[in-house]
Design a protein around this ligand. Structure first.
Ligand code: DX5
Ligand code: ZN
Length: 217
């Protein structure tokens, strides 16, 4: 089994000190940077957009994982294609032609993911499972960091893990929302490959210790 990757979500970072925040995360062993893009429509909150993504790209060599919480992912993806980002996920409820958008990403060598809200069953993704590079299982309702973990996500991860094994699919399973050292072990045992975390990491005084606690839970 490959080691669990840790993807800090910059949503809870100090944006006044982005450079030093990213340097600290890199030194602490972060594998991927998770960027939450919110448009105030699909989710109530606003986060940041392309100028900030470009700055983050300039500041870090780590792979960037862009999580689109927007009503028009096709527009955002058209701009992301040439921005040297490595992973892009969107919410399937936001776009009629998910399959086409997934192919567009893959043609550019970008890993394509779909995000599943807590209330969205796996069955809605069934036809796309062979094509996906990853599935982002939301363990909170999207829009904000520092919400409570929704435990039913663990069953969804377990089901995705078993489906992958049974059918020889190759998608990775990423979990996002309320992830802490207290639930990381159960998430890993259920089959999670990538743990996203914002508030748990950024509220700790020692990013290195927080990241190791997630990885080694
Ligand atoms: C929520 C975002 C998450 C969020 C996670 O909509 O997709 O990535 O930043 O924050 P925590 O880890 O604090 O729940
Ligand atoms: Zn996210």
């Amino acid at each position: 089994m490959q080691k669990t990757q840790i993807a800090p979500s910059l949503l809870a970072a100090d944006f006044g000190n982005l450079d030093s925040e990213i340097t600290s995360l890199e030194a602490a062993g972060a594998d991927i940077l998770h960027l939450d893009i919110m448009d105030g429509h699909y989710v109530p909150n606003l986060s940041f957009g392309f100028p900030v993504i470009r700055t983050i790209r300039f500041l870090s060599k780590l792979p960037l994982d862009v999580h689109l919480m927007v009503t028009n992912p096709d527009f955002h993806i058209s701009l992301l294609l040439d921005m040297d980002v490595q992973w892009v996920s969107f919410h399937q409820e936001t776009f009629y032609h998910s399959h086409r958008l997934i192919q567009t990403l893959k043609e550019k060598g970008i890993k394509a993911g779909l995000a599943l809200n807590p209330g969205t069953p796996i069955g809605t993704l069934e036809a796309l499972l062979p094509d996906l590079d990853y599935i982002l299982v939301m363990s909170v309702n999207p829009g904000f960091s520092a919400q409570d973990f929704i435990p039913s996500a663990i069953y969804k991860i377990w089901d995705l893990y078993n489906l992958r094994k049974k059918n020889n699919y190759r998608y990775l399973i990423e979990v996002d929302g309320g992830v802490t050292a207290a639930n990381a072990k159960a998430l890993k045992e259920a089959g999670t490959d990538i743990l996203v975390s914002a508030s748990y990491i950024f509220s700790s005084h020692d990013y290195s210790q927080a990241i190791s606690a997630l990885r080694n839970a």
